[in-house]
Design a protein around this ligand. Structure first.
Ligand code: NAD
Length: 357
């Protein structure tokens, strides 16, 4: 039986409740498909600050680097809002991205039929939506040279520089094309090539890379148009690939199409170990109440199986069980509407497990 090591980092707030739920589901899939999963639980974020005085202990990093995959809940909370900037819980996420060289963030946006009415868009625009946003994660304006506000000719001035090198663009577009091959064979590369030099390099590189994928149709869209199209006709997209800044904004815009932030998983792909987490934060306002939606984390576990353990069958089992549970009308408080059955974190997890069986 093949063994896999998964480092589980619950983090803070609802992190412990939702990672526990995802591990129950992973265990059920492992039993069904004959996988052997070994978990190593590690601290990061506020929990690590409380335990050892720093948000990302070197031991956590070492375990993550040696593992087959990392499953993370969320970090942060008001308790640590006033600690020094370089000791804040969120530094754990940036530190892990850096240590694991996580250069791509994959955010699948799916609206199961049962949730189409929870979307702010009309059912006919959203029913069956299934797109994937691939965001470059370690380059661009977030990491370029910065000039904090300084007086220049008596006027305060600040700047941030967007820099992309061809290999950085090439590897993310390659990943997007490979993801599209497993989906509907269409990639939309999003840039601002009418104004930005870095976007013109992005576009040229995307063309070059996609030539090696004749089965994938590449198109280009300016970011302002893409923001509009995501609201007007979101189902036109299969895979969207874009830079760090544009991806940050577009992926949050696309996330609201599903009705609740608690539903959405993500995968951060690295040169070594990849990291899987729901897109939401630690939700301190509902922590410890047992009412958090665990489905974003459970679906992150599905991505972990698909991308890190090469177990697409396990991922599909989980995704189908989640869809079935929603179709049966079970909802955590964030998604509950008249005519549905309100359940706790634990009950929702049990329903998913029943539907896996
Ligand atoms: P948040 O995502 O934690 O919460 C926003 C709202 O969504 C809250 O009302 C919350 O109750 C609700 N919510 C979030 N996840 C939910 C779930 N699974 N089920 C039901 N409801 C859910 O964002 P925030 O309040 O801005 O941030 C709280 C803390 O989380 C902050 O310290 C922030 O820095 C941190 N944060 C961490 C990450 C991460 O770990 N990757 C990401 C974002 C924010």
């Amino acid at each position: 039986m093949k063994q896999h090591t998964i480092v589980v980092i619950p983090g803070d707030g609802i992190g412990r409740e939702i990672t526990a739920a995802a591990v129950r589901v992973l265990d059920a899939v492992a039993a069904k498909l004959g996988l052997q999963l070994n978990y190593q639980w590690r601290d990061a974020g506020g929990a690590a600050i409380d335990a050892v005085g720093e948000p990302l202990p070197t031991e956590t990093v070492a375990a993550a680097m040696a593992a087959d995959a990392v499953l993370l809940g969320a970090v942060g909370g008001p308790k640590w809002d006033n600690v020094e900037a370089n000791l804040r819980p969120e530094q754990a996420i940036l530190g892990l991205r850096k240590a694991l060289k996580l250069y791509a963030n994959l955010r699948p946006i799916r609206v199961p039929a049962a949730l189409a009415d929870a979307s702010p868009l009309k059912r006919q625009a959203i029913d069956g939506l299934d797109l994937l946003i691939v965001r470059e994660l370690v380059g661009g304006i977030y990491f370029g040279p910065k000039q904090e506000a300084t007086l220049v000719d008596g006027v305060l001035q600040a700047s941030d520089l967007e820099i992309y090198q061809e290999p950085e663009v090439a590897r993310i577009v390659k990943l997007a094309c490979e993801a599209a091959q497993l989906r509907r064979q269409s990639v939309t590369s999003v840039d601002k090539a009418n104004v930005l030099a870095s976007s013109r390099l992005w576009r040229k590189t995307a063309e070059k890379v996609s030539a090696a994928y004749p089965d994938v149709a590449l198109s280009h869209l300016y970011v302002d148009n893409c923001a509009m199209q995501l609201i007007l006709k979101p189902r036109q997209f299969d895979v969207i690939v874009t830079s760090n800044l544009f991806g940050d904004i577009l992926s949050d815009e696309a996330a609201v199409l599903t009705g609740s932030i608690g539903m959405l998983p993500s995968a951060s792909i690295g040169e070594g170990t990849s990291l899987y987490e729901p897109i939401h934060g630690s939700a301190p306002d509902i922590a410890g109440q047992g009412i958090a939606n665990p489905l974003g984390t459970i679906l992150s576990a599905a991505l972990l199986l698909r991308y890190s353990l090469d177990c697409a069958a396990g991922a599909e089992l989980i995704e189908a069980a989640v869809d079935k549970t929603l179709a049966q009308g079970y909802r955590t408080a964030d998604l509950c509407q008249p005519g549905t059955t309100k359940v706790s974190t634990e009950e929702m997890t049990s329903r998913v497990l029943e539907n896996l069986a």
